[in-house]
Design a protein around this ligand. Structure first.
Ligand code: FAD
Length: 1014
């Protein structure tokens, strides 16, 4: 008996020979598309520009615009094909109208190589042709990732129409193989769940299922009635568990339990795919009815890899291509071994993967009519033909729809066809030998040295494989690279959801406790307390914190002053380690702290977790930064003299923090002061004083000495104002409103009798942040990001979007979708996972925001206001005003709530002028796909943090040093390399090292003995 490998080789060779006789036109050298693909495979930069151009083209309406973009994307192209590109650009300039049309025609021609039809009638023509070629179909309605429930409902309606059309048009069609046809209905439809519910949140599978199930039921009923097979496609990892759970839940339901014509996708590139497949098989056996699994490698590899890296998550996908291939084969075996309950569909264009499935099926004696191969429309045509000739069942995946909604599908196909790792490219473009193409992937993994394969050409993977720069730190290392960010919690994982639920219920039992002040290590109850209440349920007291008055403030200053004399001489390393211990404690208590934030400040789960992550990051980042700047550094090599530049702490720091990032901002300012050798009086906001008490507890556990940190909640107007004026306070680190910030700035400028230092004020204030959506922007992305930027955490981030600037040209188009998206965001008690908009912080904020809404109604047009917000708690309905003019109050004043003003402008010049026409300069956003406009926005928008093509909130420590200028702040950047310098005074010591005309030949770069002088 021949080995499995030789069976695979024999079958693979047969397919490849057949393929060689009928080469794939997609990879031929002729034709516009083919030439572009060939160029892309030769040059990564060209590929990047080409795909970006293709991505923007369908949303360009005028020929002139198309030509402008062409020029912007390709003007810098060098290399051998530059003449070709430049000739095209010249031609385009001469006849933009013709060129625009020609380009659009060509690109839509390219897309239609992968999209089987614009509408159901169109697609049916394709299906008829395939029928004649003995190839079956599954139709996929393009339009994933809807932004509103209206769009999701429209999609569901289109699915019903599609089912109807397909049933009607395929009447009388029979199974091409004629054997075991009861397993393979002729009509097969693939669904993507993200197209059916706009608010899927990985943290809340129950909500997603509760919304998806009712939308799916009519579709499924109709499909079953018409004898149609329904397949659930698999999308990004964030949606995986929801999709699996939904599938199992629905098809265990009484109505569908005995329906065999349902299937789901398993992605072999996922490390946990085997667990999922085994679980599905077990589920299927318990259900007692056949079902199907389409096994694929997976289409979102780049997305998953980038996402995991950005969030510091374990990467869910394999990093080496042969690992995915080997896993595909392992899962193939698992599927075929369980053929009695699961019908397998192998979704691959890889001849090795296909031949392995064939050979293994034969080895098990599974008849070839009992499983099928599925390939994508427009790809691997000769492979499909070869399989048909060999007597296998072949089904083609046929996307249906317009180019715009199909763009993400199209771009995925372009990437796949040009991927360095892909089989099709290896076979058709690079002509690898049969041996190489059919090699056992496990063999490849075994022979690779130390398990690491030869260097890949894939840009993403190479970026991931580069050693992290933190391994080689120096002053030249980008500051953000001095450490790796703490991970965000991945709420797609059920364990994380469970931990958060448990933490919330435990925290609930601890609410109402009393917390003391801490001065000089002594816990003090003053007889007066500040009650912190739950904004979702104002009668619930989260905790009561002892209130400090003037007397306690005086004691705290004295304690901090006394402690300073010792703390300032504590070696930097010890201080850095204090911060690292605090970070470790926060990490250990992460879910507990998040739960507290949910109750105390109404943060949705993800936002609360983000705040804890940021606090951890501040500790780690500042510890790293301190290590970098700690040592006195030689200023210049000069014979006979040495000068060392270094820093001293300033003295006593008074830290005044807001409630909206109750741990992160308080922790950031406090730890920056501590690590630099200052002592601290820490005043949390009254509304988040319990979070402040937790931070005190954490830093005490981490080992902060008595007096070095003093916890002093109290009234800002009384105790706060007293300390700001106090002569013994050397530095004030403030984050909060403009009104208070300016008062502090002014007051700190006055020198009091006996004052030693000029007070340094680190001052972060508010914003009136604008986002501009350019005419060519990706509106899907812009709407999602703007909705989140404006309404996430109820608009109570100082970075939140508050002025949306739309060009006349796209105003109506964007507004229509924006209003529907706003109507879809989830508003509710943030104890529930997946909420976007919770309550505002307190009654005063509630009333103030409602007042602004009244002002808005009198000044502008109320375009949208949500109605279904909870009656109990401080819930403000998400609100959008249109026809807003720059001089109106709602366009000028900070509202700090879920209220957006939309301003219509003529063009980009006016958009930038309006964006800049405010007192503030904190964050700003710009959505565009014009490289020239993007450069212009980067250069001209006045804001401390300018974000292009992404949300304008969510700064990450080290990556996006945060803070503004104008009336937004003093220009300091929290989480940035130079932040610590605010807390220090620079010093230089110079020594003449010459004695009687001789001097040492060398002076050390760093010297720190004198800092620790006895
Ligand atoms: C009919 C059909 C339906 C499909 N449906 C879905 C679906 O619902 N959801 C989905 O996600 N995908 C789906 N796919 C899969 C996807 O679209 C790709 O076509 C498929 O992954 C390509 O694999 P291949 O075996 O054809 O080619 P190969 O060239 O053998 O494999 C390419 C694949 O390997 C993986 N890969 C690439 N680089 C690496 C690396 N460095 N490390 C590890 N793995 C790597 C990626 O998954 C990549 O797509 C479907 C495919 C088909 C044919």
């Amino acid at each position: 008996m021949r080995s499995l490998q030789s069976e695979i080789e024999q079958r693979g060779t047969r397919i490849l020979r057949w393929v060689d006789q009928h080469p794939d036109s997609l990879f031929s050298k002729a034709g516009f598309y083919q030439r572009l693909m060939a160029l892309s495979m030769r040059d990564e930069q060209f590929k990047l520009q080409l795909f970006r151009f293709v991505d923007v083209l369908p949303s360009l309406h005028r020929s002139g615009e198309i030509v402008e973009h062409l020029e912007e994307y390709f003007a810098d192209v060098r290399d051998g094909f530059a003449p070709f590109v430049h000739a095209g650009i010249r031609l385009a300039r001469i006849a933009p109208w013709v060129s625009g049309r020609v380009l659009r025609w060509n690109v839509s021609g390219m897309a239609h190589q992968f999209i089987a039809g614009k509408n159901p009638d169109d697609v049916v023509k394709t299906l008829r042709k395939r029928r004649a070629q003995r190839i079956g179909f599954t139709v996929d309605l393009l339009g994933e990732a809807v932004v509103s429930e209206t769009e999701a409902d429209e999609y569901a309606g289109r699915c019903l129409d599609l089912l109807e059309t397909l049933a009607r048009e395929t009447q009388g069609w029979t199974d091409p193989l004629g054997r075991n046809s009861e397993l393979f209905p002729v009509v097969n439809v693939s669904l993507k769940i993200s197209a059916l519910y706009s608010q899927i949140n990985p943290a809340d599978p129950a909500d997603a299922i509760a919304h998806l199930a009712p939308k799916l039921l009519p579709i499924l009923r109709q499909a079953r009635e018409r004898g149609t097979f329904i397949n659930f496609d698999m999308e990004s990892y964030a949606h995986k568990n929801v999709t699996l759970e939904l599938f199992k839940r629905i098809f265990t339901d009484r109505d569908f339990k005995d329906w065999p014509h349902v299937g789901i996708v398993i992605q072999a590139y996922l490390r946990d795919s085997e667990i999922d497949l085994r679980d599905l098989i077990e589920w299927g056996r318990a259900r007692g009815t056949r079902f199907a699994v389409r096994l694929v490698k997976g289409a979102y590899w780049d997305h998953e890899t980038i996402q995991a890296s950005q969030n510091a998550w374990n990467c869910p996908v394999y990093s080496q291509k042969p690992e995915s291939d080997a896993n595909f084969e392992a899962l193939t075996r698992l599927l075929l071994e369980n053929e009695s309950i699961v019908t397998a569909a192998f979704g691959s264009h890889n001849v090795r993967s296909i031949a392995h499935a064939q050979a293994f099926a034969d080895e098990l004696g599974v008849d070839r009519s009992r499983f099928e191969f599925q390939l994508l429309y427009g790809m691997g045509w000769p492979i499909k033909r070869a399989l048909v000739e060999m007597g296998y069942r072949v089904r083609e995946y046929c996307p249906l729809g317009e180019l715009l909604p199909g763009m993400s599908y199209f771009v995925r196909r372009l990437l796949e066809n040009t991927s360095n790792e892909g089989f099709l490219r290896a076979k058709f473009a690079e002509n690898l030998s049969e041996d190489e193409l059919l090699r056992d992937p496990r063999e490849l993994l075994r022979t690779s040295r130390n398990g690491v394969l030869p260097r890949s050409n894939n840009l993403t993977i190479n970026a991931m494989k580069e050693p992290h720069p933190s391994h080689n730190r120096s002053l030249d290392t980008p500051p953000g690279d001095t450490y790796e960010n703490a991970p965000l919690t991945n709420f797609a994982q059920p364990e994380s959801q469970e931990k958060m639920r448990k933490a919330l219920s435990e925290m609930r039992t601890r609410l109402g406790k009393e917390y003391p002040l801490v001065i000089n290590g002594e816990k003090i109850f003053t007889g007066k307390t500040i009650a912190s209440i739950n904004p979702s349920s104002p009668e619930d007291v989260v905790g009561a914190v002892a209130e400090a008055g003037i007397e306690e403030a005086e004691r705290a200053v004295k304690a901090a002053r006394d402690a300073f004399e010792k703390w300032r001489w504590t070696p930097f390393e010890q201080r850095a380690q204090l911060l690292e211990r605090a970070a470790a404690i926060m990490d250990r208590r992460r879910f507990e702290l998040s739960a507290l934030e949910v109750f105390e400040v109404g943060k949705p789960w993800v936002e609360a977790d983000g705040d804890i992550r940021e606090a951890i990051d501040f500790c780690l980042f500042y510890a790293q930064q301190m290590r970098l700047i700690r040592r006195p550094r030689l200023t210049q090599h000069v014979p006979g003299e040495e000068s060392y530049y270094h820093y001293w702490p300033r003295g006593v720091a008074f830290v005044i923090a807001p409630w909206n990032f109750p741990l992160a901002i308080l922790c950031g300012m406090t730890t920056a002061a501590l690590v630099t050798g200052n002592t601290v009086i820490m005043k949390p906001a009254e509304q988040s004083a319990v979070c402040g008490a937790m931070l005190m507890e954490i830093l005490e556990e981490a080992g902060v000495p008595p007096g070095v940190l003093n916890y002093l909640p109290g009234k800002g107007s009384v105790m706060g104002a007293h300390l700001v004026d106090r002569k013994d306070v050397d530095l004030i680190a403030f984050t909060g409103s403009r009104e208070v910030g300016l008062r502090i700035w002014q007051s700190a400028g006055i020198t009091r009798p006996g004052q030693r230092e000029l007070k340094r004020v680190v001052c972060e204030m508010g914003g009136k942040n604008a986002v501009i959506i350019d005419a060519d922007a990706d509106v899907d992305e812009a709407i999602v990001d703007c909705t989140y930027s404006a309404f996430g955490y109820q608009g109570q981030k100082c970075s939140a979007l508050s002025r949306l600037i739309l060009l006349e040209e796209n105003h109506d188009r964007v507004m229509e979708r924006l209003l529907k998206a706003a109507a879809s965001v989830r508003v509710g008690n943030p104890e529930e996972p997946g909420i976007t908009v919770g309550p505002v912080i307190d009654e005063a904020a509630y009333n103030r925001i409602l007042d602004y809404i009244q002002i808005g109604k009198s000044e502008a047009t109320l375009a949208y206001q949500r109605e279904d917000v909870p009656a109990k708690g401080f819930f403000i309905p998400p609100t959008i005003f249109s026809d807003v003019k720059p001089n109106m109050r709602i366009a000028r004043e900070e509202i700090f709530g879920p209220v957006v003003s939309v301003l219509k402008v003529r063009d980009l010049d006016e958009a930038i002028a309006v964006a800049n026409g405010t007192d503030y300069a904190l964050t700003a956003g710009f959505f565009s796909r014009s490289p020239a406009n993007i450069e212009r926005a980067k250069a001209q928008i006045e804001a401390g943090n300018v974000y292009i093509n992404r949300s304008c909130t969510g700064a990450v420590v080290g990556r996006h040093p945060f803070g503004g200028f104008k009336m937004s702040g003093g220009g300091t950047k929290a989480g940035g390399a130079d932040y610590l310098l605010q807390f220090l005074v620079p010093r230089v010591v110079t020594e003449n090292i010459t004695r009687h005309g001789f001097a040492p030949e060398q002076t050390p770069e760093y010297r720190d003995e004198f800092l620790w002088a006895k």
